[in-house]
Design a protein around this ligand. Sequence first.
Ligand code: ATP
Ligand code: MG
Length: 396
Amino acid sequence: MEKIIILKYGELSTKKENINYFIKTLKNNISKLLEDINNQIYYDFGRMYIYVNEKDIEFTINRLKNVFGILEIIVGYKSNDLNIENIKANVLSLVKEKDFRTFKVKTKRSNKKYPINSMEVNNIIGGYLLKNISDIKVDVHNPELLIEIEIRNNEVLFYFNGIKGLGGYPVGTLGKGMLMLSGGIDSPVAGYLAIKRGVKLEAIYFESPPHTSEFAKDKVIRLCRVLAKYNASIKLHIINFTEIQETILKNISHEYLITIMRRMMYRISAIIAHNNKCNILVNGESIGQVASQTLTSMKVINEVVKMPVIRPVACFDKLEIIDIAKKIGTYEISTLPYEDCCTIFVPLHPVINPNSVKAQEYEKLIPYEELIYKAIKSHKVLNITLKEDNKYQDLL
Ligand code: ATP
Ligand code: MG
């Protein structure tokens, strides 16, 4: 018998009209992830079947654990012998090694020409196991070992309980979004949660050299690399925000610094998102976390863009966010001690209930459209892939 990896789909199986598109996208995502090893992938509406060399099975499973759209990852066995006597012998040889007291056999017969129907196969195999292994019994409701048999046209598959997949939707099935990624804890988690819902992400990072260091940027690149595990690769847009920030600092009342600074970030993010065919902005704002994240602040900041802004962690407590950050491997990077462009210019008393008319008045004091144009024109793009072959490219 040959080993084979079988995938059960996650939530996508509820998307009736789009199911083909969802499964094809999942297949393409997996093909890309496995392009460095020999593989063949087949699928139907119920399952995906991945053939790789036996030596690559563990590597493949580890990669599949990071793929959204998979409910369960199962290592199964394939035989080309459809004879019922040999099916019996094969099942026995596979389950003999296993430690279980209750079991259930569940057969799927996609080969309708096969002369024995699924129920009969269940009974034949179940009876055979009861006769040949002592101290086991059938439990159809809650078996310790579920033995699944799939009789296809030219092959029989055998498989057992699998490993839990990540769930969610295949990345890309819901289009693209632009993640506002700082070096903090919240935004990478927000990104992960958006990817989980099938959104393919690009990221945007605002830096303010020399006030922010290369280390701060490196941190963001490392965070992208973690996110790239789930997103296949990430295009990171790096915006030089120094001139905008210094101009704001010089000309605008301190209590409105953060409000105006964030309105600038939103405007630039929305333009870069639009230019890169992203439909939404994603960020790590969480209600009430800081002055710029009160509901009034969010409203005044949000009103400068038309694009929807999705805030996956808006209603999470910080501890809940930290839990996810630890689970996905961003927490240790996020807590490295490098400054972010917001933390440098934090005023002592930021306004908690900003007013949009006032914000607009302040903005009239600076040539912000020109500054935004300049920042966008000189922005840099870094393509961060799993293979880490990063290269700077000028976009324009
Ligand atoms: P994080 O929220 O990621 O932990 P933070 O708490 O330092 O970082 P906030 O000041 O709370 O960031 O900003 C709220 C959100 O705005 C961030 O989650 C992020 O989405 C976005 N943001 C803040 N600073 C930057 C930046 N330098 N570049 C890109 N996005 C940023
Ligand atoms: Mg935050």
